[in-house]
Design a protein around this ligand. Structure first.
Ligand code: SF4
Length: 334
């Protein structure tokens, strides 16, 4: 039976256990510092939690992947190398890296370590993937969410590197690894500090029943009473342009590829990833259990597979802005 791996986010030990219990084949996690792209206060793992998490996963024959996917800063590169050392020491099944220099360090120091190219590496062509394989021996590449199914299939046919794609979760404006938007107002970006809208820069204020969300003082959005709110990021802010106030770059929406699972399996995609290390253990449990059921169904009977309405409803409840898209996989706007 042809299938693919379900890779789930874990922002805490509770979330890791929820992911494993609900059927994830692997979880990915980060250390509590700027070496990973979800560097929020109170999130991520200390060494003792990682030890417990790795033991929990390995006892159940699941894998733990370490995201060390931000870019080392010139004065502090050692911090990123130490993160690789820590991942190896704590039993990582693979490290997910973006920076070529860090790739070189990991490859030279740990020849047997499995290296995955992070989505933050922005490799969208077979040439880019093959270059990383030739130089660093990467075993898997996580594709940015900018490619159609046809483009992904073409890449798979031309490389022996395993291909992982996103299956569910919040979307950026399709510029993974290259987004500097948040640094315009906070000085920090996902690429250097591992955080796009750092918690300390976010503020909320209610005046006359209107809730305002600001990022470092810059107004990102205003919500009417009873309107659903979202975490303020510059890309999903509503701004006034030519007298009209609307989303300037992107409406809050989540990717949802549940309807495409048979095609992804058939094409030879190796793994699908759920976005959301910053989300709750409940989100992890619900999304993993739904995708597990869907994947098992799509693997067993691909010709008769349909995404069940209850699966869609469950995922919609966890989608940003309560809306989903198959996004770039189909590119319906073209
Ligand atoms: S500002 Fe938006 S596009 Fe940029 S990293 Fe943050 S969420 Fe992604």
């Amino acid at each position: 039976m042809k299938t693919l791996d379900l890779v789930a986010p874990a922002g805490s030990l509770v979330a890791l256990k929820a992911a494993i219990d609900q059927g994830a084949d692997a979880v990915y996690l980060g250390l509590r510092n700027a070496t990973n792209a979800r560097n929020f206060g109170g999130l991520n793992f200390n060494e003792s939690d990682i030890r417990a998490g790795v033991e929990y996963a390995h006892q159940r024959h699941r894998q733990v992947l370490f995201a060390i996917n931000t870019y080392p800063q010139a004065q502090r590169a050692q911090e990123w190398r130490t993160a690789v050392d820590t991942a190896v020491k704590l039993g990582a099944d693979a490290v997910i890296l973006a920076d070529p220099g860090l790739m070189a360090y990991a490859r030279q120091r740990y020849p047997d370590l499995r290296l995955h190219l992070s989505v933050q590496g922005s490799a969208t062509t077979v040439d880019a993937i093959e270059l990383m394989k030739e130089n660093f021996g990467i075993r898997r590449a996580v594709l940015p969410r900018v490619l159609t199914l046809t483009e992904i299939e073409k890449i798979i046919r031309q490389t022996s590197v395993e291909i992982e794609v996103f299956g569910f979760g919040s979307l950026c404006v399709m510029a993974e690894g290259r987004c500097l938007l948040s640094s315009y107002v906070t000085g920090d970006s996902p690429n250097n500090k591992g955080v796009c809208s750092p918690g300390h820069a976010v503020s909320w204020e209610e005046t006359d029943h209107v809730l305002s969300a600001r990022l470092n003082g810059t107004l990102i959005d205003r919500y009417a009473p009873n309107e659903a709110t979202g975490y303020p990021t510059l890309c999903k802010g509503r701004f006034e342009i030519n007298g009209e106030t609307d989303y300037a770059l992107e409406e809050p929406t989540s990717l949802n590829a549940i309807g495409l699972l048979p095609q992804l399996i058939q094409m030879g995609v190796k793994a699908i990833k759920i976005e959301g290390r910053q989300r709750s253990p409940n989100y992890v449990a619900q999304v993993v259990s739904t995708l597990r059921a869907a994947l098992d169904s799509a693997s067993r009977e691909p010709d008769r597979y349909t995404a069940r309405p209850d699966w869609l409803a469950k995922l919609a409840r966890h989608a940003e802005g309560a809306q989903v898209t198959q996004g770039a996989f189909e590119r319906p706007w073209k």
